[in-house]
Design a protein around this ligand. Sequence first.
Ligand code: SF4
Length: 342
Amino acid sequence: MSKTKIEWAEETINPQRGCTKAGAGCTHCCALGTTYRQQFNKSLPDDVREASATCTEKANGVIRWTGRIVPVESHLEKLGPLRNARKPRRIFVGSLADLFHENADLDYVNRIFGRMASAPQHRFIVATKRPSRALQYCREYGLMPPCPSGEHWPDNVIPLVSIWDQDSADRLIPLLLQIPAKVRGVSVEPMLGPVNFRWTDYAYRASGETYREYLERNKGMNHLEALKYIDWVICGGESGPGARPMHPDWARSLRDQCVGAGVPFAFTGWGEWGPLTGPHGTHTGDVCLSPDGFVDVAEPDYVCFANESDGAHLRRVGKRLAGRLLDGQTWDQYPEAPHAMA
Ligand code: SF4
């Protein structure tokens, strides 16, 4: 178990290693470099080092995932004693992997779930860009209602689907809504474009009904009511080398959608690029970012081409200086009370 700087978790644990990139949100995957370096860290257990060497490689100076997904039993064992730890904790399981990768052994994933279920006083957060594979796990292991196996998705495990723009939201959120969890979250990190949550459409697609049936059953439903299917939204900009900037209006819109619907919202920060006030284009290296994501880089005597009322002026000041304030306020909301599915 490791302490973490991740804003919404207290600890991380990685009982499985390995992944492959699943879209633009993965371009600067920070788990990849960390995992690769672990094979050389002699203070780590042998199975961690072996797993790191198996699931990553370096070719022509470029580090990449091999696509092999490796169980790490020493970390699975660390989940066991949590049963006896009374103080509730928020634990991110799989911060260096996607537990629901296509090549993951679902029997092993099921063992991880068994350990998490046996410690109901804690909240476990499982992030994935592959909710379809999570659904496959639910179907194959009898976790889809009415749960003939007698098992069910543990109430204390929060599936957190990672999206990064509207297209990924439209593809992945309807799948998240079919996971039979008590609490579900969406992480928009790194945020690479505006996201409108089109809530009603998601709820309809998750219902399994025809559109006519759905409208009949939900007469008078407005688009924010459909948010009851989602319990938590996290948003943040990108960090590290090559980080891409986030337009402040993208984060504001997400916050406003959540506030309007009463859904807990967490803003983890701007990432590398912080918003600036004052004249646009005053500093070489600044960017002017239009709401559709067009980036214009400032040169000496730079004139911003974006409409001043829409374009955001950002400077690469680093994650720490860019900070976590959104319109002067921090957002650290967390779902304490599960919303039941209607
Ligand atoms: S899904 Fe996560 S761990 Fe896997 S490549 Fe993408 S960012 Fe990295």
